[in-house]
Design a protein. Structure first.
Length: 265
């Protein structure tokens, strides 16, 4: 038996145990579920007993995680209101405890919201939030240089989408709203105006941008995410032959916006 290890496991399990939300806007620590062997190993101080001290750590742990989700999903919080968002965030975190990589804590949140029958607006907003977060934190491939472009047509080198490029479809123009929320500017309640389109979210340096694109371009980029450049071109020629004449325009646009990266050599 390793007494220290057993105590640490009890501490971890107790501080990460879920909070209760008895009413909107109020979190509660259920203190009666602490193991007696854990409480007996915690020294009270200045009139604060072991259970209360453990509860303080538990609140701190959960508030930190919920605050991370609030930061990563401001559109969802705006739509639902934070009093409704926080219990949902706690429920998600109970089912999907975070790993050591806290940057990825919300990766499964959109799917979880859909499975738990959140509103279509909330699910779509969460996908936009996630695309923004992933775009911001993704690594960078080497960008094409002039010699690479000269060799591209020969097949000697390959080109692919930068990991920081995200493609999604949305029925609303969420991005100005998200920027306004991040800048803490006043915004009207509810979702933004209808604007059904495919979107590309990309990053150049530390600058993120989102733009509506032709749905055919979005499908081409999605295929390019999974297949080599030449395969994506051949598929486009077979499915939308009229669109192939736009490839030079799309390529130049992506080059200017930092969409393209080079295959590792």
């Amino acid at each position: 038996m390793n007494a220290l290890r057993d105590f640490q496991l009890l501490w971890r399990d107790s501080t990460s145990a879920a909070l209760r939300f008895p009413e909107p806007g109020r979190a509660e620590v259920p203190e009666e579920d602490y193991a007696e062997e854990l409480l007996s190993g915690i020294v009270g101080s200045r009139g604060v007993g072991a259970s209360a001290r453990l509860g303080a750590y538990r609140l701190q742990y959960w508030f930190r995680l919920i605050t991370l989700l609030q930061k990563d999903f401001p559109l969802v919080g705006h739509l639902l209101g934070w009093e409704a968002f926080n219990p949902l965030a706690a429920g998600f975190l109970r089912e999907h405890p975070p790993t050591d990589d806290l940057d990825r804590v919300g990766e499964r949140f959109p799917g979880w919201l859909r499975e738990h029958r959140a509103s279509a607006f909330a699910v779509e907003a969460s996908r936009v939030d996630l695309a923004w977060n992933q775009c911001f934190s993704a690594p960078d491939l080497r960008t094409p240089a002039h010699p690479d472009l000269e060799r591209l047509g020969s097949g000697e080198v390959g080109i692919q989408l930068q990991p920081s490029v995200r493609i999604l479809s949305a029925t609303r123009d969420w991005f100005p709203l998200r920027i306004a929320l991040l800048e803490e500017r006043p915004v009207p309640p509810g979702p933004p105006a209808r604007f059904h389109s495919a979107w590309v979210v990309s990053r150049t340096g530390s600058i993120l941008r989102a733009e509506a694109v032709d749905p055919i371009l979005a499908r081409f980029l999605r295929r390019l995410r999974r297949h080599p450049w030449i395969d994506a071109l051949e598929h486009l020629a077979g499915s939308h032959p009229e669109a192939t004449r736009r490839i030079p325009e799309w390529f130049a646009r992506g080059l200017a916006l930092g969409w393209w990266g080079m295959d590792p050599e």
